[in-house]
Design a protein around this ligand. Structure first.
Ligand SMILES: Nc1ncnc2c1ncn2[C@@H]1O[C@H](COP(=O)(O)OP(=O)(O)OP(=O)(O)O)[C@@H](O)[C@H]1O
Length: 359
């Protein structure tokens, strides 16, 4: 109500749009109107409802955008109530020739590491589940032929069935679709993988699995940067890659090789994650930098690739990995679910940027 109980005039659509045009997209640049991000605008008296279309449901700047929109609209005369809602349309990556694309899948991301045991699979599983928790449609392809761990880490055990349209039905757990080499090879009969076998297995996993519509398909690659990894990375139409490392020098040296491998293949490097970054003793609260700390950030800067964040060592992360309860589904403090979520959001933001650059 205006002065003396007189109702203020309702804001005009022009005035509201002009205010929205002052709000910048923090990561991609440009304003919300120019970027065509205002999907719906309802003005009902003094009440304004804005539906903003993001490039990813895991947008790291959602809260900031909501605040900026509110602040801009509050300046418009006549606006008495503001509602900001979000939706997202994940656009596919254009850097891949049409014939190589997996139909229905917007982005395929490789999670790699220069060496084994740094927590690559743990990071892959938790990023996949975290993206799904944000509302994205996500699949996990466990291509780690040396030690497929998705069945154990997600609890999705069993054998995939066949769908009515004669495709392989992925298993499902924690809101993601899962296919693992582990479903098709016998643990007790170690296979010697050769290049052509790997390529044909991958083709099946990409094109003969009923993935449906996916925003992100996360691929857990075998550790290392040898021929096998190169063959795999080459056979997948990748939108980007994530390299996981621990802070020690030896791991970092291998992580650098990982970055170089993707550079050679012209696959965008979305960033480096530092896992096992530090340990907080649960009894004393004292912090220990067991493997050193911060090395990955320094390496990222030197290599000129983004740093996606750090994940501490946590007992619940390991326990969750062994019991099919990924850290991001746990509430225990030492599961560091928020750290994984932050990395997932930063990653989703980087994918949006790479998509824009390639467009
Ligand atoms: N941040 C962490 N805190 C505690 N334990 C962790 C953490 N990250 C990974 N682990 C544990 O370390 C072990 C190795 O992790 P993981 O299997 O993810 O590594 P990897 O790099 O994929 O290994 P590989 O590729 O050799 O199979 C697992 O038991 C996992 O639960």
């Amino acid at each position: 109500m205006g002065l003396f109980g007189k109702r203020a005039d309702a804001p005009t659509q022009e005035a509201v749009l002009a205010a929205l045009a002052t709000v910048q997209e923090p990561e991609l640049g440009g304003n919300l109107v120019a970027r065509k991000m205002i999907k719906e605008l309802t003005i009902d008296g003094g009440r304004v409802v804005v539906l903003v279309d993001l490039t990813t449901p895991a947008c790291p700047f959602k809260d900031q955008l909501a605040n900026d929109v509110r602040a801009a609209l509050a300046q418009v005369p006549g606006v008495s109530e503001i509602e900001v809602d979000f939706t997202a349309t994940v656009r596919s990556y254009n850097g891949i020739p049409d014939k190589a694309r997996v139909p229905g899948v917007s982005h395929i991301l490789a999670v790699a590491s220069g060496k084994g045991g740094v927590g690559k699979s743990t990071v892959a599983v938790n990023l996949a589940v975290a993206l799904a928790q944000e509302g994205a449609r996500v699949g996990l392809l466990d291509a780690d032929i040396y030690g497929p761990s998705a069945p154990l880490m997600t609890g999705a055990r069993g054998k995939p069935g066949i769908t009515e349209n004669q495709k392989i039905a992925p298993l499902e757990a924690h809101g993601i679709k899962i296919i693992s080499v582990g479903y098709f090879v016998d643990d007790s009969q170690p296979l010697v993988w050769r290049g052509p076998m790997i390529s044909s297995m991958l083709r099946q996993f990409l094109f003969e699995v009923d993935w449906g519509q996916l925003d992100y398909l996360v691929v857990d690659l075998p550790p290392g940067t040898g021929d096998i990894q190169l063959t795999l990375a080459q056979a997948i139409p990748l939108s980007g890659s994530v390299v996981v490392t621990t802070p020690q020098d030896v791991a970092l040296a291998d992580a650098i090789k990982g970055v170089e491998m993707f550079r050679k293949l012209n696959v965008p490097i979305l960033g480096i994650v530092e896992n096992m970054s530090y340990f907080i003793a649960p009894d004393t609260g004292k912090r220990y930098d067991i493997f050193g700390h911060g090395g990955a950030q320094t390496a990222s800067t030197k290599l000129g690739v983004p740093f996606l964040g750090e994940i501490p060592l946590g007992m619940s992360i390991r326990e969750g990995g062994d019991t099919g309860q990924p850290a991001v589904t746990q509430s225990a403090k030492d599961a560091y679910a928020d750290a994984f979520r932050e990395v997932a959001r930063t990653l989703a933001g980087r994918i949006s940027i790479e998509t824009m650059v390639a467009a």
